[in-house]
Design a protein around this ligand. Structure first.
Ligand SMILES: Cc1ncc(C[n+]2csc(CCOP(=O)(O)OP(=O)(O)O)c2C)c(N)n1
Ligand SMILES: [Mg+2]
Length: 666
């Protein structure tokens, strides 16, 4: 390698080393070992514009091994992104734009929030799918406006995680030829050598998935080899894995090649020894040699030229395709077409569809009006009813089709949907049984952290599932999802609330929404006599009130239990007790309402309150108070018909009446 290449790579390494040392916290080993491949990729291949990190047709680079965040911050700083050296000096400190792990919402140029291993590489699959989808929809003969690659840098940890096994299998199946994973194959992870636990032939595994696999024997020095491999990866129609054999902590005389370089600062003496070994002045910190600086900053000029060229193509395309251009702009902004909700059905009292059924119709109605809305399921669309009729199956080759068949891969499904949201220009949903939300949960959490507008649909939401038994009956899942900050968990009670739930989901741009639906049929409430379903947008509302005075007891229910509460209300009335039924499909939306609205729905002076939800009681005391009763299910369900289970577990009008009478008479 030439001396400028060497100097640039060492600049990247030592900026990272210095920042970790100054923070006295962080992971120097990966940046030191991965600097050569990252340098070659960014300098010779990555098409990006540091002055416009939002350029839609930029190549994406995702650092899946998020612990190596200083590598990314060094690259962003050195190539001219809005990330000053002072931010690197404040690495991992309060308020810094160089946080411990990359956060997409914090640092310009960070494409995805990473750290939980495997998520980033899987997000990259979603980005590559979004690219294909947009190319399929918007490119026209003579006008190619979507044409970019997605790269992810991953380590042994990412490679071991199950999610990347799922994601790689799907990427191979879909033939995502513009996806490249660079694998930092250093054979060291946190606890020591990977020989402790990792011995499969990774290359053969990826070949079996249908990937193009290349190996670089000496990734510490063979920059030409890396360059050629990336060029070959770009030329190959399959997704590509480049296994780059590197030395963790390269350059450190005493810690290179050992897990000691993984997750702790090298120490002041070893930092100096490393600088000396790499031909650097050991006394200089955060030093960026002029030649390296101007060389790496050339990314700014290349980026401006690349985007400028694209802009011309885009304008010619927009002139030739004005309707598509309007659509593109809406989608990029996260807006919706004016008539996006025009086909959403309204349900009347004679309808009694399961909310999964009404949900499916609503989803299809939205998709018919929002051409950039696509999604899929983990091999359960026949049960979740989330298939989009007539809209075709997504093909990774043509980019056409809006039903994504994820296969039985819930975890990857969630992270891929997140990747599509990170990419932008598309909106997506995923679907599976609610009980398997556990398998998708790590991705849902990442969507919530990163404020991604992804809709997670879950059906078969309670013991109402019936005969499949306790393994398939969610019990703790509502509580578990409600525990995730910035996630809206909506459990609608009938078709009209379901329509409202999807309206909320489609309009939300600063975080994910989970829509929780039943397997079993649900009656439709008579909205002429009851509160309007738009009450859902406030999280909770008075669904049904009785005349003759203020309520003596309040029944608060969600989803399938709301109609049982309404039946109990009638029975209570015949015993002379006035009960109010509150439908509470979304705690989080209700929490955001002003106190006077909340007090109007659940008045402070009515302490006789009963909550009814076929799930664990956790959290419900907040709403019913010390004087209230929670009718929940603090055990696993059982195998048997849903109606029998509801009776056995106390989800009956009579049981609610008993609880309410006990409170009113006390
Ligand atoms: C899902 C998940 N599990 C565990 C960790 C904690 N962790 C962070 S890095 C790491 C080891 C990763 O090894 P590797 O990817 O080889 O990185 P290297 O040591 O080579 O830098 C572990 C276990 C994590 N971040 N995410
Ligand atoms: Mg490693």
């Amino acid at each position: 390698m030439d001396s400028l290449t060497q100097l640039s790579i060492n600049t990247i390494r030592l900026l990272s080393v210095d920042a970790v040392q100054k923070a006295n916290s962080g992971h120097p080993g990966l940046p030191m070992g991965s600097a050569p491949m990252t340098y070659v990729l960014w300098q010779n291949h990555l098409r990006h514009n540091p002055k416009n990190p939002q350029w839609p047709n930029r190549d994406r680079f995702v650092l899946s091994a998020g612990h190596g965040s200083m590598l990314l911050y060094s690259m962003l700083h050195l190539t001219g992104y809005d990330l000053a050296l002072d931010e690197l000096k404040a690495f991992r400190q309060w308020g810094s734009r160089a946080p411990g792990h990359p956060e997409s919402f914090c640092t310009p140029g960070v494409e995805a929030t990473t750290g939980p291993l495997g998520q980033g590489a899987t997000n990259a699959v979603g980005m590559a799918m979004a690219e294909r989808f947009l190319a399929g929809r918007y490119n026209k003969p003579g006008h190619t406006i979507v044409d970019h690659r997605t790269y992810s840098l991953m380590g042994d940890g990412d490679m071991m995680e199950g999610i990347t096994h799922e994601a790689a299998a799907l990427a191979g199946h879909l033939k995502l030829g513009k996806l490249v994973w660079l694998y930092d194959d250093n054979k060291i992870s946190l606890d020591g050598p990977t020989s402790l636990h990792f011995s499969e032939d990774v290359g053969k595994r990826f070949e079996a998935y249908g990937w193009h696999v290349q190996k670089i024997a000496n990734g510490d020095t063979d920059t030409d080899g890396i360059d050629k491999a990336i060029a070959a990866a770009k030329a190959d129609p399959r997704p590509s894995l480049i296994m780059v054999r590197t030395t963790i902590g390269f350059g450190s005389p005493h810690k290179a090649g050992s897990c000691e370089a993984h997750g702790s600062p090298l120490g002041p003496d070893e930092v100096k020894a490393t600088k000396t070994a790499l031909g650097w002045d050991p006394e200089k910190q955060f030093f960026v040699p002029e030649e390296a600086k101007s060389h790496l900053l050339s990314a700014v000029e290349r980026g401006a030229a690349a985007e400028g060229e694209w802009q011309k193509t885009f304008e010619a395309w927009a002139t030739a395709n004005p309707a598509l251009a309007t659509e593109w702009k809406l989608a990029q902004k996260g807006d919706l077409p004016a008539d996006w909700d025009a086909a959403i059905p309204t349900y009347t009292v004679k309808d009694d569809p399961a909310t999964r059924v009404s949900g499916g119709k609503i989803l299809a109605a939205i998709a018919s009006k929002v051409p950039w809305f696509l999604g899929g399921d983990a091999d359960l669309s026949c049960s979740t009813m989330t298939g989009l009729p007539g809209l075709g199956d997504f093909s990774g080759e043509t980019g056409l089709g809006r039903n994504i068949h994820y296969g039985v891969r819930e975890h990857a499904m969630g992270a891929i949907a997140n990747g599509m949201a990170y990419h932008g220009g598309v909106r997506s949903f995923t679907a599976t049984f609610f009980v398997f939300s556990d398998y998708e949960r790590p991705a849902i959490r990442m969507a919530a952290i990163s404020k991604l507008p992804v809709t997670f649909v879950f059906t078969h939401d309670s013991i109402g599932v019936g005969e499949d038994g306790p393994t398939h009956q969610p019990v703790e899942h509502l509580a578990a999802l409600r525990a995730i900050p910035n996630l809206l968990v909506i459990r609608p009670a009938d078709g009209n609330e379901t329509a409202q739930a999807y309206r909320v989901a489609m309009k939300r741009n600063d975080g994910p929404v989970a829509v929780i639906l039943t397997r079993q049929k649900m009656p439709t409430f008579d909205r002429d006599k009851m509160g309007p379903a738009t009450g859902l947008t406030k999280g909770a509302y008075v669904l049904s009130e009785v005349a003759g005075g203020p309520p003596q007891v309040i029944l608060i229910a969600t989803g399938s239990e709301v109609s049982i509460a309404v039946a109990a209300q009638e029975k209570l009335l015949s015993s002379g007790i006035r009960a109010r039924v509150v439908s509470m499909p979304c705690w989080e939306l209700f929490e955001k309402q002003p106190a006077d609205y909340r007090d109007s729905v659940i008045p402070r002076d009515v302490s006789a309150r009963v909550s009814i939800e076929a799930g664990v009681s956790l959290g419900w005391h907040r709403w019913v108070g010390d004087g209230g009763v929670v009718i929940g299910l603090d055990r696993f369900g059982a195998s048997g018909p849903g109606g029998v289970l509801a009776k056995q577990f106390g989800f009956t009008a009579d049981n609610i009446v008993r609880a309410a009478m006990g409170l009113v008479k006390a």
